[in-house]
Design a protein around this ligand. Structure first.
Ligand code: ADP
Ligand code: 5GP
Length: 207
């Protein structure tokens, strides 16, 4: 069976990743990787669905046990992807989507060079702030920390080469989802993901 795609989507917090990914679900099927985090659940978030919410000690035990592909500290909390969240899914032939920040994107690239990595941009910094405040989930101080982190991330991206394959701007949710869908359709057609089609045909098989 063909393995599924490992898809990474990163963006400054508040850009609309979650919203665009939800819209992408209308267009294609994939599993969302459920990360572990030490941050508290936001209102409406569900343990095991949005994140696995764990204590610092539990998080450290997972790291020490070699269970994590990558981890990061973001706004004072630990976040990380477990091997199980990625490998079990792609082995079933399903695509898995990771919604993670840039350090995670970089580490996924090292462990899974074949990953498809997409960076989603807000149309402007003022619109980013408007969206972040409009979401109403963070205190004023947390909004500021997230905006500072956004600037740092964008600065790092300027210097970084070769981690993100695609840049998409989230102006309209629908359009951004359509663009990501187009990227993933094209990725599925990559020669290296399709095996030796000429030989299969020449051997009398059907494609
Ligand atoms: P992220 O997952 O990147 O932190 P969210 O998906 O929570 O961001 O979106 C942050 C806020 O911006 C939400 O209130 C959401 O409704 C809004 N939003 C997302 N995409 C757009 C868009 N294209 N135009 C306007 N508002 C948007
Ligand atoms: P939030 O607290 O808004 O849910 O997430 C904060 C940031 O952490 C976002 O940029 C999100 O993409 C990132 N993030 C969530 N899970 C992971 C993870 O498992 N690994 C990494 N590296 N980043 C993550």
């Amino acid at each position: 069976m063909k393995k599924g795609l490992i898809i990474v989507i990163s963006a400054p917090s508040g850009t609309g990743k979650g919203t665009v990914i939800e819209q992408l679900r209308q267009r294609r099927s994939f599993s969302l990787s459920v990360s572990h985090t030490t941050r508290a659940p936001r209102q409406g978030e569900v343990d095991g669905v949005n994140y696995h919410y764990v204590s610092r000690a539990q998080f450290q035990a997972l790291v020490d046990g070699g269970k994590m592909v990558e981890t990061t500290v973001y706004s004072g909390n630990c976040y990380g992807t477990s091997f199980a969240a990625v490998e079990d899914v792609i082995a079933r032939g399903e695509d898995v989507l990771l919604e993670i920040e840039v350090e995670g994107g970089r580490n996924i690239r090292k462990k899974f060079p074949e990953a498809v990595e997409i960076y989603l941009f807000p149309p402007s910094l003022s619109e980013l702030e408007r969206r972040l405040r409009g979401r109403g989930t963070e205190s004023d101080a947390a909004v500021r920390t997230r905006l500072d982190r956004a600037l740092e991330e964008l600065d790092e991206l300027r210097a970084e080469e070769g981690v993100y394959d695609y840049f998409v701007v989230n102006r309209q949710v629908d359009q951004a989802a359509a663009e990501i869908d187009a990227i993933l359709r094209a990725e599925k057609l990559r020669r290296e993901r399709q095996g030796d089609l000429p030989t299969r045909l020449l051997d009398g098989g059907a494609l």
